[in-house]
Design a protein around this ligand. Sequence first.
Ligand code: FES
Ligand SMILES: [Fe+2]
Length: 383
Amino acid sequence: MQSRLTAEAYQSEEWFARERALLFKPLWQFVGLLSMLDRHNAFITRSVWGVPVVVQNFHGELQAFENLCLHRQNPLQTESQGVRPLVCSYHGWGYGADGAVQHIPFEADVYRYPAAERACLRLRRYALEVVGGLVFINLSDTPLPVTDQLSPELLDSLRGVSMAFDGEVLQATFSTRMNWKLAYENLRDSHHPRYVHAQSLYQKVKFAVSLDGAGVALSQRLRQQGVPGRDEALSLMRGFSCGGPDAPMESLPPYAWHAKVERYGHLDWYYNWLVFPNLHIASGSGGYSFIIEHHVPVSAGRTDVVVHYVTAKKKAKYAVSAAVLLAHLQGAETVLREDFAVMERIQAGLHAQAPTAVLGDFESANQTIEHWYLGLMDARFSL
Ligand code: FES
Ligand SMILES: [Fe+2]
């Protein structure tokens, strides 16, 4: 199938702005792990499609706000994570769990706001949803129920796996020069590992390239008829996310630390969760450890890939747990960089008259998403 996604969809900032409004603003976005917010004043910050967001724990209650002080728009929290009250470092304004300004130093002496103006000082708040050990937020004023976006089966599966995560987390961010869509298209392409990861991941896992007859038929129907309405669009979207055991592992080296954690499941399989549109969770160790990979769009041609590494829950503290996470970072980084190198080359080669992709039947999931996505971008339905 000749793709209708031209270079513009990957390169144009106008297109990117439309994606932000039509796709990302209505959808729930992953922002971090619950274990990073496990005490009073613990916070994480994230840029969600250019909107700076802080999620903060107020005596056990999680709240998500725009991370901009109301006085002069200084970011309230400046680190990616930490434990600190929600207080601006510029002139000391402090905020409470409802987003209202609780304290303005020297307020009566130097600011002298009229009472009506003072009463309106409240941070912009965003809806927040916790799914097991995963935290999601929604930037819309009228958030879609999370069950419209993710099926009950997937939510259960995400709860199950994320509750198995240990609280010791290693986080790293890779800044890439690629459009975010290249990342999700690549994740749904099970044919590339034998070439791109021939010396790394493919040594451990032989991914099956399956031809899904029903998926091919669905994609052909959508190509001819389009997406008829919002209900079918939501139902299709729920089908874009899936997860669980993916492929058997050829070899699973028996590391000593495996005995120190509560393994998730009991299969020597590669586990894989794809959460539309931009979250990927995997275990390349048969449930002993996990990578949580979040593709954060920055602009049309730039994507930050924020990764969290965790093992399964520790049975008890052990001396080398930090080294285990570091070794995971190094192993996973090899595979990630192999993917980034391909996708950055594709991005760099795009130009206005570039040919579009020619997708095969094994890429029916990407074809189906493309038909759906173009229906959304053409405003034939909305989320
Ligand atoms: S900018 Fe935050 S207190 Fe002034
Ligand atoms: Fe890959």
